[in-house]
Design a protein around this ligand. Structure first.
Ligand code: ADP
Ligand code: MG
Length: 371
């Protein structure tokens, strides 16, 4: 225990130094409980300071590895507790901030559970983040009498580098306007409007080519909420919330995968490794960030590098057999947590500023005429 505390302390110091140097993408790690016949866990220790220690329980001689994140949610954490830690970020959308939340991890690690709830979460008590977020946004929208909000949602999936509109069945064209795909924008007025759209989206997703073998685990799904606000004096805010359920990050053994499976796996590997490249390039402050290498990073561009707040949930399956996948997820997530996003600012222009700009222009013109 002493060794662990020492190692955590050193790791923590290093982490704090990095945070101060770089700022970050927030990374929360969530470990789901052991389910069904799983019995041996690779999670050795979860600290209450965001640290986690893992080891391979199937090996007699194994190295313990420690990782550090903004938060770790252990197997007993409820959906409500997860949402509570996410709420302030989500609420900031109403003040004009762009927010992107994405769920990363191997298939079966709990990504959909976190985002949507158990088996879609539509009839369950354990609602996922997407539903709680939209409920929250609507309650803010009705409680603020001084601001009038318009809320629209889009729902797309990316399967084999094709963007598919889940609210209006068609494949989106790949023209230049990829940061806001030409997917159908549906106005929503209440949480039940949203639930109905999500049900429709899920239905369309289930009928997609991904349904044939292992359903949604082979595609990325992106639910985007657009919020426009206008206050009494005409100040406007425009922002968006992306809720992304990524395709499973597990590597498919190339010698076994053939045909469609191989093609899917290659597309997923490519887009997730491109996501990793973008994250690394951002962390290294490179002048060129390779957003254009995959549809996923093109669509998420403004939520990764630009003026946005980003949160990644790294999901871990605790069972021993998943140890190597878990390690790879933890490494990916650790890399993500060193990205500096700069200071996000709200997308608003106040009336005052607009009026002042106009005055400046009028004066400039007056001056020009004088000369
Ligand atoms: P993924 O979307 O990453 O493939 P799922 O969300 O479908 O994974 O989760 C896989 C299984 O584990 C499901 O049966 C789900 O209900 C269960 N599960 C995942 N996370 C949790 C959790 N936090 N608590 C209880 N069960 C969970
Ligand atoms: Mg899933």
């Amino acid at each position: 225990a002493l060794g662990y505390n020492q190692a955590v302390k050193e790791n923590r110091n290093l982490y704090n130094m990095l945070q101060e140097l770089r700022g970050n993408i927030r990374v929360f790690c969530r470990i789901r409980p052991l389910i069904n016949s799983e019995s041996v866990s690779s999670i050795e220790h979860i600290g209450n300071d965001g640290s986690i220690m893992v080891c391979d329980p199937l090996k007699s001689q194994t190295t313990r590895k420690i990782f550090q994140f903004n938060k770790i949610f252990g197997p007993t954490t409820t959906q409500g507790e997860v949402y509570k830690e996410t709420q302030s970020l989500i609420r900031s959308v109403m003040d004009g901030y762009n927010v992107c939340i994405f769920a990363y991890g191997q298939t079966g690690s709990g990504k959909t559970h976190t985002m949507c709830g158990p088996s879609g979460g539509l009839s369950s008590q354990e609602l996922g983040i997407s539903y709680m977020a939209l409920n929250d946004l609507f309650s803010i929208s009705t409680s603020r009498v001084d601001v009038k909000y318009d809320i629209h949602v889009q729902m797309v999936e990316i399967y084999n580098e094709q963007v598919r509109d889940l609210l209006n069945i068609r494949t989106c064209s790949s023209n230049g306007l990829l940061s806001l795909p030409d997917a159908k924008m549906c106005p929503v007025q209440s949480p039940s409007d949203v639930i109905n759209l999500m049900l429709l989206g899920e239905k369309h997703r289930a009928s997609s080519p991904t349904a044939m073998n292992h359903r949604s685990s082979r595609s990325h799904s992106i639910l985007t909420v657009h919020v426009n606000g206008k206050d009494m004096s005409g100040n406007v805010t425009r922002s968006s919330l992306h809720l992304v359920d990524l395709a499973g990050s597990e590597r498919v053994d190339r010698s076994e995968a053939t045909g469609d499976r191989l093609k899917e796996a290659q597309h997923i590997n490519k887009s997730l490794s491109c996501l990793g490249d973008v994250i690394t390039a951002l962390a290294q402050k490179n002048s060129h960030i390779p957003y254009r290498n995959s549809k996923l990073t093109q669509l998420l561009q403004s939520s990764l590098g630009g003026n946005a707040k980003t949160l990644m949930f790294a999901h871990i399956s605790p069972e021993a057999d998943s140890y190597l996948e878990s390690l790879s997820t933890l490494k990916f997530a650790q890399r993500a947590s060193s990205v500096e996003l700069g200071t996000a600012h709200a997308n608003k222009e106040s009336n005052e500023i607009r009026e002042l700009k106009e005055q400046v222009n009028t004066l400039k013109n007056a001056l020009a005429t004088k000369e």
